[in-house]
Design a protein around this ligand. Sequence first.
Ligand code: ATP
Ligand code: MG
Length: 171
Amino acid sequence: MADDHLPIVETPKGIPRTRILRWGSEADTDAFARSLAASPALRDAFIALEGDLGAGKTTFVRHLLRALGIQGRIKSPTYAVVEPHEAPDGLAIFHFDFYRFADPREWDDAGFRDIFAGPGLKLAEWPQNAAGRTPPADLAIKIEAMTDDTRSVTLLANTPRGSDLLARIAA
Ligand SMILES: Nc1ncnc2c1ncn2[C@@H]1O[C@H](COP(=O)(O)OP(=O)(O)OP(=O)(O)O)[C@@H](O)[C@H]1O
Ligand SMILES: [Mg+2]
């Protein structure tokens, strides 16, 4: 998602709007996912996952879903566009991958508008392919591969909920 398409919402003073992290290995990706999963503000949040092919967006989502208690095989939604999940506590989670999303009619026909307007956690890979349709992400997570295992990660909060998430993530 291009930054210039994001409405910048004022966040409370003293709460950072961006953070840069480094994941030294998938264990760090997992630790970050667990820290995010522990935050009550994650419920009903929309998190945009940016980064090139193979950056680690789906891998991060898998760690997050596991941390939220999802068991069994976690399919990547590349062909279905969205994979729904339900956490043991009843939390609805929608994992979108807009990589192949091209047909604007699908937005309404497949019920995506309703999902984004409703409760639950929404996670979206390739959000730029649905720019202008989704609401602004509460938190954008941009993942860049440095080496095979290390990732540079930029977090950007666009809403008070996103700032809350950012503030609670363990350093
Ligand atoms: N620290 C790390 N965090 C996340 N993934 C990592 C890390 N280190 C290595 N990897 C590996 O990088 C690959 C990331 O692939 P993944 O499918 O998650 O990328 P993606 O961003 O979803 O790509 P796509 O745009 O094709 O959907 C996986 O093979 C994963 O094991
Ligand atoms: Mg992916």
